[in-house]
Design a protein around this ligand. Structure first.
Ligand code: F6P
Length: 320
């Protein structure tokens, strides 16, 4: 039976991380555990920036974006000697297990810590939805709604000026934010790593729209496909006749109050993570699959194909 657990957030922040922290803390306390917060992700473990949390530590945070524990990406955590410092810091406080809320980059650290004797459970906290072992990550829904809100605004002015808007959204190398927002917006074109479109085809389709006197065109593009989205928009302008403007939505996508859906997802996953630790599990990550909360071994999770929403790609072509 464990008595003390820790919780940290790692990688890019995501709306709903606070709800996940709250769920871990409140569930841990409900089961009589001592719960410790770690600031700054894995860096806080190494720097011994660890503090005890109580009920009030997580009051009034369900509606707050970001993460009250702060976050970081610590490359050095790949080194065993660095992880050993973290393990020593946890052991001296008697913390036996840890919940790591972050992207799949953070999962490997959680697995390695488990192999060094600290049972860890990973919760998928990232806007990118790029974790294969879960249908949805905490933060994705909020981010998607933020994108849709922004694109709604951009399309107003795009139509008034009869322009083409090329809108770059986040997602790292995962096209889900582009795919879902593109479908939600009825975008004329959606370009993702799983749905690349040759430049000539892009130009020809948009020129056809322009020649047919279409008032505006919305193109949603996943980040990291075009090294210079502004140069790409200029090329579209020259090739199609549309006046074309590039918009990079940037980090506005990561902020804001979490959606109800993300709050509930985070609550379910956070409580489940504590259940797993109490039953002695470690080296696992939590997911939601067909609306059921599940857990996977982290190595298995990291080897799964990232094709969970691939069937939606057909919508791009049949709804355009
Ligand atoms: O992983 C989340 C994410 O927002 C990605 O979509 C994006 O590529 C990256 O983080 C940006 O990170 P940073 O804010 O550290 O530059």
């Amino acid at each position: 039976m464990i008595h003390k657990i820790g919780v940290l957030t790692s990688g890019g922040d995501a709306p709903g991380m606070n709800c996940a922290i709250r769920a871990v803390v409140r569930a841990g306390l409900a089961y009589g555990l001592e719960v410790y917060g770690v600031n700054d992700g894995y860096r806080g473990l190494v720097d011994d920036d660890i503090f005890q949390m109580d009920r009030s530590s997580v009051s009034d945070i369900v509606n707050r974006g970001g993460t009250i524990l702060q976050t970081a990406r610590l490359r050095e955590f790949k080194e065993e000697s660095v992880r050993q410092i973290a393990v020593n810091n946890l052991r001296k406080r008697g913390i036996e297990a840890l919940v790591v809320i972050g992207g799949d980059g953070s999962y490997m650290g959680a697995k390695k810590l488990t192999e060094m004797g600290i049972n860890c459970v990973g919760l998928p906290g990232t806007i990118d939805n790029d974790i294969a072992s879960t249908d949805f990550t905490i933060g994705f829904d909020t981010c998607l709604n933020t994108i849709v809100e922004c694109v709604d605004k951009i399309r107003d002015t795009t139509e008034s000026h009869q322009r083409c808007a090329v809108i770059e959204v986040m997602g790292n190398h995962c096209g889900d934010l582009a795919l879902f927002s593109g479908i939600a917006e009825g975008a004329e074109m959606i370009i993702t790593p799983d749905h690349p479109i040759p430049e000539e085809e892009i130009f020809a389709s948009l020129k056809k729209l322009h020649d047919a006197k279409k008032k505006r065109a919305i193109v949603i593009v996943c980040e990291k496909i075009y090294p210079d989205i502004h140069a790409f928009a200029d090329k579209i302008g020259k090739a199609t006749g549309f006046e074309c403007k590039a918009e990079v939505l940037g980090r506005v996508q990561r902020g804001g109050a979490p959606s109800a859906s993300d709050r509930v997802l985070a609550a379910r996953m956070g409580a489940y993570a504590v259940d797993c630790l109490l039953s002695g599990k470690g080296g696992i990550c939590i997911g939601i699959v067909n609306n059921k909360i599940v857990d996977y071994d982290i190595y298995e999770a990291l080897s799964l194909p990232r094709d969970k929403h691939i069937s939606m790609l057909r919508l791009i072509d049949i709804l355009k």
